[in-house]
Design a binder for this molecule. Sequence first.
Ligand code: MF3
Ligand code: CO
Length: 253
Amino acid sequence: MIALKNDKEIQKIKEASHIVFLAHEAVKNALRVGITTRELDKIAEEVIIKNGANPSCKGYPKGSKNPFPATCCISINDEIIHGIPSNRKICSGDLVSVDIVADKDGYFGDATRSYVVGERNEEAEKLIKVTEECFWEGVKNAVLGNRISDISYAIQKHAEQNGYSVVREFQGHGVGFEMHEDPGVPNFGKPGRGPRLQEGMVLAIEPMINEGKRDIIENDDGWTITTKDGKLSAHYENTIVVTREGPQVLTLG
Ligand code: MF3
Ligand code: CO
C-alpha cells in the first residue's frame, strides 16, 4: 500500500530531510585524507541528535540479530552500499559514498552523497557525475501522468549510455512515515509500468551505478555490498515529493 502524504506531513518530512542535509554538510566539511569512517559517522550523528532527530539506520531493522550498528552507511571505492563505519582511514583518491537517514517526530528523510577525497581521480569523478545525472533524469520523470518505471527507465538509460551498469538488487523506495515504504523504485526497467505517480507521493530515488559490471557480492559482515569485479561504484540519493507543480527535492537544503 502506498501512503500519500498531505501538506502538513510533507512539512514534517521536509524538516527531517533538512537535518539529513545538515548532517551531509558536516560530513562533507570534515572529509579529508586520514580521517576514519567512524569519525565521520560520529560527526553526522552529533548533527542529527543536536537537531532533535534520530539516526534511523542505527539498530535497523529492529529485532534483527545483526542490526546496522551506525548512523551512516559509508561505502568506499568498490563498496556499493551499506559499508559499516570503522577505523578505516580515507585514502587520497578514494570514492566515498555516505548514506544518511534521520527521523524526527516520526517522519523520515533519506539522502546519499558520493565524493572523491584528496587527489583528483578522473574515473571516479566521471562516475559520480553520471550517477548524479541519473538521479536528475529520474526526477525529471517523477511527474503526474507517469508511472514509477518511467523514473527507472530514465536512470538506466543514462547510466548505460555512458558505458556504466546499474545495480539491480537494491532500489529506491517510498519514504516518510517509515524508512522504507511502498512503492519500490528500481533503477532499471521498461517504461510505463508500476504504480501511477500521485500527488503527495514521497520517494527516495537512489541510483547505484557501477563502473564495470552490475554483479554484486554480499560481504561476510552481513551488510557491505561490493562490486564483483572490484571496480568502482557510486551512489546518489534524495528524498523527493511529487506535486501538481512537479517534483520537489527535499534533502538539498
Ligand atoms: N539509506 C538506505 C536506504 O536507502 C538505508 C539503509 S541502511 C540500513 O535504504 F542500515 F538502515 F539498513
Ligand atoms: Co534510501
